[in-house]
Design a protein around this ligand. Sequence first.
Ligand code: DX5
Ligand code: ZN
Length: 214
Amino acid sequence: MIKISPSVLTADFLTLKDDIKKLELAGVDMLHLDVMDGNFVPNISFGAPIIRSIRKHTDLLLDVHLMIDRPHRYLNDFINEADYLGFHFEAGSDVSKLLKDIREENKKTCLTIKPATNPEEIFEYLPLCDMVLVMSVEPGFGGQKFMPMALDKIKTLSEYAALKGLNYEIEVDGGINAETAPLVINAGATVLVAGNYIFSAEDMAARVKEIKNL
Ligand code: DX5
Ligand code: ZN
């Protein structure tokens, strides 16, 4: 069954505790936490203290998406609270070393690629990945339009896993809603991030169930 990882980027942080409870009851699988540094992406979101607070209030898996330059510098800040610790291939860290360091801490790895990066560029790292994140928008902001070019990348990563006997999750992030979710599921995505589509809804649980039941 498809896994849902709501992104809290556009949530109201003062009501987030209640919203997380609603999402737990709705059957989400993870929470997606977007960390932005204003350098790797042209936006600043939140950092480790917020994630520590969220960790205290939920047992959901925390799926941390670091959009920061040279992420290895901040490994210690995020490793304890994260279940999946994700960083960008393009962010200027030694990719193999960072993936190994994350696994050494018994946490799950997630290597992330921007729209301009081809999946072939990360093939060599896939044996070290528990999850691969395909961005279907330029990272930086919620509420953008889904880029269909993500579909071929998801397909390539799914076929490569079957060919090599690897079993990483394939996560997709950006512009996911009831129209785009079936397309990415069909291409082979196993984890769907959804921000605006869930947090802009009156009834968040209905939106989660709608996507889960596709
Ligand atoms: C964008 C973030 C996303 C964002 C998704 O850089 O990585 O996780 O919150 O938001 P929606 O689902 O609104 O496109
Ligand atoms: Zn994200």
